[in-house]
Each structure stands twice: as C-alpha cells, then as structure tokens.
Design a binder for this molecule. Structure first.
Ligand SMILES: [Zn+2]
Length: 371
C-alpha cells in the first residue's frame, strides 16, 4: 500500500474522531429546558412567563404553539400563559426541575367571547331595577359588607369583632405586599369572613400592561393561598381606586370569579348578574367626614324594593370617635351594623363570595358559552 494513501486514511480517522468529540461534548452537556405547547383556539404569539425564585423570563409560542426556556437551574417554577382576549387551562402550572428537562407543560387556550369583550370596554353600571332571583333563605334582598386595604389593623381589631358580635361576616380585601403577620388574617378566615385580593401592591390596574397585571393578580392570589391555611381559591377581587379596563377585566377573569369596583351610585346589583357585571360589582361607600349615615339605609331600602343585592364599602373603623377620611367613627359604624342586623328578617347577610357563588349557581344559563 502506498504511504500517501495511508496518511490520508490516518488524517480522515483523526478528523472523524475530532468531529465526534465535538458532537458528543455538546450533546453531553445538553441544557435543562422547560417546554410545552399551547393548543386550542390560539397557538402562536402567546406570551409565556416563567417565574422562579431567581428568574422572571418571558417568551412567545411559535407557529405550532411550542415554547421553551433553555438552561434552567434546578428549582420550582411557575409557567403562566397570557394573551389578550384568551383564557388558558390551567391558568398556570408549577414545574419542578431536578436535573432533567420538563417537556410537557401544556395549556389549552379558549377565546373569551367577542361579545363579552366589546361589552367590557365601557364601565358597567347597573341603572335599571334588579332582575329577580329568589335569595337564599327566601330573603327579599342580599347584603354584603366589604372592607378595603387590609393591612389595616382596625379590620381585625374592631370591624370583624363588631360584625361577629351580631352574627355577621364580611369580605376583607388584602394588599398582600403589606401583610407581615398573617395570623390576624388567618383568624378572620377561620371565623368565616372572606379574604379577597385587592392586588399585590394596590396598583392602578387600568394603567398596567399585561405582564404587570399578571404580576399583581398572580402574586396576591399566591400569597393568600400560600399563607392562609385551608384557603383553596380566591374568588373575590376589588379594583384599587376602582381602576380597570377591558384588558384588566379579561385578566381578572383568569384569576378570580368576581370583582368589585369603587363606590358608585346606590351600590345596587341585580340578582342575576351577567358574567361581565360579575366583574364590575357596584358598591356604596360610607364616606366622610362628615359621615352621612342616611345614605346607607336609603341604599338598603332601594335594594329591598328591587329585590337586589347591596354591597357596602368601608376602609378603617375607628377604635373611638375619631372621624377622618378613611376612618369611620366607631359609634356610626355600630349604628349601621345594628340597623342592618335589625333587617335580618328581610336581608340575606353574606360575604361577597357567597352571594356571587349563589348567583352563579342559580343563574347558570346567563354564563353558558362564556364561562
Ligand atoms: Zn384600596
């Protein structure tokens, strides 16, 4: 055999060895990825957010609905899909990475009905007389106490005990960024009060983009579920400052079952709210000083006359007769509570989540095709 041919063979042999070494080294250190597919009514262009203890990344799905996050460290992550006008099942997924890729983090997309979206572009106010369903216990009207910006110590020190002394319960909307000691709120929850979300940081939701909205809704909801033992879901939300938009409401629907706006009119709601009305629930506020406490009984009488649902809104309750904006003097608060308790033969007094769930169960047909 001639020497030239042998040296070409040797050269080829080494070249192949080098190529194999390159291929092996790159596949041997394959990065750990988190991937999945969005199927259903939309595939491409869905924003996927990956959050972990040290990560907050986003990507978009490709033409076939696929997405992946490469080079992820071991740990637990939340994967959340989002796209305006669509909702996803599940809303988000928790993924644990431990040395191996996680490949089937899949979601199904459903379009939120166009008719619902267009209706949502205007703030919803209920002006007509309430449509009639029969309230629980055959009561004429429903009544709900709500308290905003929990966080406020007067909620557990004054408001809740005053309600409980009269056999009543309320809905307390928390900004979870402000909560340092969850034990007070656990006690309220265990006593039968409802804890709702008032966003994570008390944000002007109407000014936020989709990503920031998911953060506000998601963090607050997770904080509640992670810190309150026995809490399985967070049905109720209240828009800080009453600030919302069609986008805000469509995302609120992904996290909650209902949402209350700021004070408007007489706080009357129909007894068979549509889905969009359920995300724009009216309330009437005890505002002052001076605190004109006649407003609330007048609103309550309207609710009874219309067989509707009245929601009242309070902020702080004074430990004494101090009267300032956002703090109602104790005697006036008690006066109103006694007035409501005195109507208990006529009123179904319940938390916002209880009344909303009752309406949803009772008037299922209202939601068919859109929920
Ligand atoms: Zn607020």
């Amino acid at each position: 055999m001639n020497r030239g041919l042998i040296s070409i063979q040797v050269l080829l042999y080494f070249l192949i060895m080098i190529l194999m070494a390159i291929v092996c080294s790159s596949s041997g250190a394959a990065p750990v990825t988190i991937s999945g597919t969005v199927s259903g009514e939309v595939n491409s262009g869905v924003t996927i957010t990956l959050t972990g203890s040290t990560t907050n990344q986003t990507t978009k799905t490709d033409e076939s609905g696929e997405f992946s996050f490469t080079s992820q460290a071991n740990g637990t992550y939340t994967v959340t899909p989002s796209l305006t006008s669509y909702k996803f099942s599940p809303n988000s997924s928790t993924v644990t990475v431990s040395g191996a890729s996680v490949t089937n983090t899949d979601f199904t997309a459903t379009a939120i009905k166009a008719s619902t979206i267009s209706k949502l572009t205007k703030p919803l106010t209920f002006t007509g007389s309430a449509r009639i369903c029969t309230w629980r216990q055959d009561k004429t009207a429903a009544y709900t106490f709500t308290f905003d910006d929990s966080g406020r110590s007067s909620h557990y020190l004054v408001a809740a005990p005053e309600l409980e002394a009269r056999g009543m319960r309320g809905t307390f909307y928390l900004n979870t960024k402000r909560i340092w000691n969850w034990s007070h709120w656990q006690k309220l929850f265990d006593s039968g009060h409802e804890l709702g979300s008032h966003s994570w940081s008390h944000a002007h939701m109407g000014d936020l983009n989709e990503k920031a909205l998911h953060k506000e809704f998601g963090k607050a909801k997770n904080d509640l579920l992670n810190n309150i033992k026995g809490m399985k879901s967070v049905p109720s939300f209240a828009y800080p400052y009453g600030s919302s938009s069609a986008l805000v409401r469509s995302i609120a629907m992904l996290y909650h079952s209902n949402a209350r706006g700021a004070s408007s009119g007489n706080g009357l709601n129909a007894s068979d709210l549509s889905l969009e009305e359920m995300f724009s629930i009216n309330c009437v506020e005890a505002s002052g000083p001076p605190y004109d406490m006649n407003r609330l009984p007048i609103a309550l009488k309207t609710a009874i006359k219309n067989r509707g649902w009245i929601v009242t809104l309070f902020h702080s309750v004074g430990a004494n007769e101090e009267s300032k904006s956002g703090t109602i003097p104790l005697s006036l608060f008690r006066e109103h509570l006694d007035y409501v308790a005195g109507q208990s033969g006529t009123l179904w007094i319940a938390t916002l989540g209880e009344v909303a769930a009752y309406i949803r169960d009772l008037c299922k047909t209202v939601y068919s095709g859109s929920d």
